[in-house]
Design a protein around this ligand. Structure first.
Ligand SMILES: *Cc1c(COP(=O)(O)O)cnc(C)c1O
Length: 382
């Protein structure tokens, strides 16, 4: 069966990005592939299966459902780390399944201990320390108590000490990030001095790994970079100027395609689509594409976005509907029903990048990618 719209995942581009990441983190740092948000829209199963063939065996997710999806398709010996939410039932399941998780408050720590004892299981926990993001994490004072609690626990193992930076992708947060580093490094030193250190110290996301040397530590939690995007334009410019390269070392792995569903002539003086948001000043030809906001093509792209058909850009005219958009093809010589339409990616000489969406909407690439509907089939290519 063919699809009215589908997403292509470029295996060789992903492998290329993994090699780039390995080249700057070095051989000894553990690479944890962050696949939360359906692997940033790429599909957890696709990303995990490709990466496992490339030797990746550590994955970080947000919740239990995502952890289960990784577990279902990953090889034995793969580490799965839940960085976010677990309900009490899920906590028991995670422990039973040897899934590791962040602990950021005393109630979860106590529950993990109790469950571990009851189930006669060792529980590898990553204590999250609050360093200034003010989202989750033990305060430096609480964390000492938490570490003592682990030391005295029969079930808990102090697997990691972690924190997350509050915006390492922007220099405007420099002072705040440096302050976070200070707090974390102080705790790290104290633990080393008292021989209470965990198996792993880890703090870096993509932006920190690139911009704050010294944050690589034992493990990095990398999401956006592996999918072929810098966390922000600023990080990209900084990276490229420091390394004197003129093209991005990363490759986009996602393409989004559809086909022309219908073609229509519209007379000058008519409106196109719902309401009166687009008025035809000239006789025009429009193509209808079976993609809308339900697929993740934001409504704010009404009269703003564009697609590529037969190697030419075709601008969106009128409102983005739930399942359809209209695009202006008046100036494209030949357009037929069934022609390929590119929403993200390349066709002929033209390309629509994920970054370009942020020029029409206030969506950053993280948001655009994760909003690509899970209903759109993902096909692995290359
Ligand atoms: C999402 C996330 C990451 C990865 O961030 P990227 O910017 O995509 O590299 C790392 N750590 C935590 C705690 C996260 O939530």
């Amino acid at each position: 069966m063919t699809y009215s719209t589908h997403i292509e995942i470029d295996r060789s581009a992903l492998i290329h990005n993994l090699e780039f990441i390995r080249s700057f983190i070095g051989p000894d740092v553990i690479f944890s592939s962050v696949v939360k948000g359906n692997a940033y829209g790429h599909g957890i199963e696709n990303i995990v299966s490709i990466e496992q063939t490339a030797g990746v065996n550590h994955f970080s997710v947000f919740n239990a459902q995502e952890a289960l999806r990784v577990k279902n398709i990953s090889k034995k010996g793969t580490t799965i780390l839940v960085m976010g939410m677990l309900t009490d039932d899920q906590l028991a399941w995670a422990i039973e399944s040897n899934i590791q998780f962040f602990v950021f408050n005393t109630s979860r720590l106590q529950k993990a201990h109790d469950l571990g004892v009851k189930m006669k299981k060792k529980v590898r926990v990553h204590l999250e320390i609050e360093t200034g993001m003010n989202r989750t994490g033990f305060s430096p004072k609480q964390i000492n108590e938490a570490i003592d609690f682990i030391t005295n626990s029969r079930s808990l193992i102090f697997q990691g000490l972690c924190t997350h930076f509050a915006g390492a992708e922007s220099i405007s947060n420099y002072y705040r990030v440096e302050k976070q580093k200070k707090t974390y490094w102080k705790m790290m030193k104290q633990l080393k001095d008292t021989s209470k250190d965990p198996e792993l110290f880890h703090v870096a996301c993509s932006a920190a790994a690139l911009r704050y040397p010294g944050t690589l530590l034992d493990l990095v939690r990398i999401g956006i970079l592996q999918y072929g995007f810098f966390p922000s334009k600023e990080v990209q410019i900084d990276y490229m100027s420091r390394n004197k390269v003129h093209t991005s070392p990363l490759k986009r792995i996602v393409s989004w395609k559809s086909t022309v569903m219908n073609i229509k002539s519209v007379k000058r003086g008519e409106f196109v689509g719902y309401g009166t948001s687009y008025f035809a000043n000239e006789d025009m030809r429009i193509a209808i594409i079976p993609v809308g906001y339900s697929h993740g093509f934001s409504r704010s792209l009404s009269n703003q976005g564009r697609v590529i058909i037969n190697g030419e850009f075709a601008p969106v005219v009128g409102m983005v509907n739930m399942n359809m958009i209209s695009v202006d093809v008046t100036n494209i010589d030949v357009v037929n029903e069934g022609d390929e339409v590119v929403l993200i990616g390349k066709q002929g000489e033209r390309e629509i990048t994920v970054d370009s969406f942020s020029e029409y909407t206030n969506q950053v690439n993280y948001e655009l990618l994760t909003r690509l509907s899970v209903d759109i089939p993902r096909l692995i290519v290359n």
